[in-house]
Ligand binder design. Structure first.
Ligand code: URA
Length: 240
């Protein structure tokens, strides 16, 4: 048995808070009876409706996906370009990506049908580290990347302090490979940060999210998260 608002959030109806508001507003019924209190628990066979529309109770599922480059982090695309859900045709649950990676970025992307989990993980205040490896134009040095440590201004807002390492430099080609660890998820954040300090990104891969990595997977592969991994992510996200 789970709390009604938690089940609603899992099903992607709304966040847990919004689901509570829907319940209190008298818009939710369980097995035909209006529920307005927040303590009610339901099981998977209960029929839940919001404004008379049934919601389908799926068990929450969690996948770790190695997104190849040139794939859109979306469930579908109106221009028929490849999307991440194309790789999950054998998964019956209605899963979606947790946050996004750019079309040309490869790497670790979580997929789930659990809206609450997705909100928790993508909220910057939860500070889950994400490790990126970028191939950049130019010879990167510690000194040149230093401003990233304190945060830099992008579109009028300062980024949170980041950690970085220069992994290699190729003086002949004039390129470098840089590891950057951030916990925010603003649009094109890594590309923007590196370009502001003078190193335009040529290639980008996300190697880690929290304690998860891509070991054993090739681009396009996925695996289910273990129960332990899911609860570790909840623990990481809930630390304030
Ligand atoms: N930062 C970017 O610039 N792109 C991504 O895909 C992810 C982080």
């Amino acid at each position: 048995m789970e709390r009604l608002q938690k089940v609603m959030a899992h099903c992607g109806v709304a966040s847990r808070r919004k689901s509570e508001e829907l319940i209190q507003a008298g818009r939710v019924t369980v097995n035909g009876k209006k529920v307005t209190e927040l303590g009610v628990k339901v099981n998977p066979s209960d029929k839940i409706e919001v404004d008379g529309v049934p919601i389908y109770q799926e068990q929450p599922v969690y996948y770790l996906f190695y997104k190849p480059k040139n794939v859109i982090s979306a469930v579908s695309d109106d221009k028929d370009r490849p999307v991440v859900n194309d790789y999950f045709t054998r998964v019956p649950e209605r899963i979606f990506p947790v946050g996004r990676l750019d079309y040309d970025t490869s790497g670790l992307l979580l997929m789930t049908n659990d809206g609450e989990f997705a909100n928790l993980l993508t909220h910057p205040k939860h500070e889950i580290d994400k490790v990126y490896v970028a191939k950049v134009k130019g010879i990167a040095t510690k000194e040149a990347l230093k401003p990233l440590r304190n945060g830099i201004r992008i579109e009028g807002r300062k980024t949170a302090p980041a950690r970085f390492k220069v992994l290699s430099t190729d003086h002949r080609k004039g390129t470098s490979v840089v590891e950057l660890i951030i916990h925010e998820g603003r649009n094109h954040q890594v590309k923007n940060m590196l370009s502001v300090v003078g190193f335009p990104v040529m290639k980008l891969k996300r190697e880690k999210v929290g304690t998860l990595d891509l070991i054993g997977l090739n681009p396009g592969d996925y695996r289910e998260l273990t129960k332990k991994e899911v609860s570790q992510l909840y623990v990481l996200a809930n630390k304030e």
